[in-house]
Write a protein that binds this ligand. Structure first.
Ligand code: UDP
Ligand code: MG
Length: 334
């Protein structure tokens, strides 16, 4: 089978109100990519929908073989749905987008254009967000800035979601990252390669309610921070150092007070013991945290490095992601 040029990966969770319009928009958009002919596919990942989504998707797939469906046995969550889609997508470029048309298919042409210029990851940056509560916008803005401050080396773009195009080498590398708690947009940033942004106005959800209630958002944020940063574990060390400084001050002050005979017997000893005890415990917690952080790093079993390109290296010894033989490209956009 010929490898499709473009794969779209679309997680679907209780989206029956949207599927007919999504289908219409996808067909129009993909139909306009004329020179691609039949060389596209759409991988719908049904994330344990309880409504008629799966039946509707099956109905659509029965008349369109380029619509593929991967259906979960229960709701595993958006990030795992994306993962399953990336594991199945065969395209030379793979675009992840939401089902609710908040990631307009038309923006994909701009992403494809950047990909044709040689970029491996083209992510969508939301210039304006319509139809989202101020609470969602504010928490998202704070979250990305806190996360960026904690990450140091890897830069996760602010105001970007999972709507992005990835070249096949990036997708193959992502497949090698099998960690359990997955924060896909962070993993894509970790992978590296040449990345570019495309800005777009994010429309409101086409129909239905958000499938990301606050509890899911919170878990998502925790996964994001804990998958990429051990800064929270280091807080104990910093507190320990601060407690140590305070303890020295307290000890001096307690001894002075005792010398002046202004305290009951035993007070000085207790003050000194308590302040240094606190400092010792926090420092030890911090040291444990450092080791736990390292254990965590090891159990993630990420590849140690990712090779973007090799020159004059025999294929047998190559560790770079294996590229498919070049196929006919997408048309250059107007
Ligand atoms: N989604 C999913 N599993 C979930 C929650 C959401 O597959 O547990 C899908 C949902 O169908 C949509 C995408 O993830 O295609 C984004 O969800 P949503 O639009 O509700 O999030 P929001 O845009 O409100 O952040
Ligand atoms: Mg949405």
């Amino acid at each position: 089978m010929q490898r499709p040029t473009l794969s779209l990966v679309i997680p679907v969770f209780n989206e029956e109100a949207i599927i007919p319009e999504l289908d219409r928009r996808l067909r129009t958009f993909l139909g306009e990519l004329k020179e691609v002919g039949r060389e596209w596919e759409v991988v719908f990942v049904n994330d344990g929908s309880k409504d008629g989504s799966l039946t509707m998707l099956k109905e659509l797939a029965s008349s369109e073989p380029r619509y593929k469906i991967v259906s979960f046995s229960r709701n595993f969550g958006h990030q795992l749905a994306i993962t399953a889609g990336l594991d199945r997508a065969e395209g030379e470029a793979v675009v992840v987008m939401d089902a609710d048309l908040q990631d307009p298919p038309e923006v994909v042409s701009a992403m494809v254009a950047r990909w044709r210029e040689g970029f491996d990851v083209v992510y969508g940056v939301r210039a304006k967000r319509h139809g989202e509560t101020w609470f969602k916008r504010a928490t998202a803005a704070i979250f990305y800035r806190v996360l960026r401050a904690m990450l140091g080396g890897i830069s996760i773009p602010a105001d970007a979601g999972d709507f992005r195009l990835m070249s096949r080498p990036v997708v193959l590398t992502l497949r090698a990252l099998r960690e359990q708690h997955r924060f896909v947009r962070g993993m894509v940033a970790w992978v590296g390669f040449k990345q570019a942004a495309v800005t777009y106005e994010r429309p409101a959800r086409f129909a239905g309610e958000t499938k990301y209630p606050f509890s899911k958002m919170l878990r998502f944020a925790m996964d994001g921070i804990t998958s990429f940063s051990i800064v929270p574990l280091r807080i104990a060390t910093w507190l320990g150092v601060m407690a140590g400084l305070i303890a020295v001050g307290t000890a001096v002050w307690a001894i002075v007070q005792a010398a002046r005979d202004q305290v009951v017997p035993g007070w000085t000893t207790i003050m000194i013991a308590v302040s240094f005890g606190t400092c010792a415990q926090l420092l030890m917690t911090g040291i444990l945290g450092e080791y736990i952080g390292r254990i965590y790093g090891e159990v993630k079993r990420r590849p140690l490095y990712v090779i973007g390109e090799e020159v004059n290296v025999a294929p047998a010894t190559s560790t770079a992601p294996k590229l498919p033989p070049p196929g006919p490209g997408l048309p250059s956009p107007p």
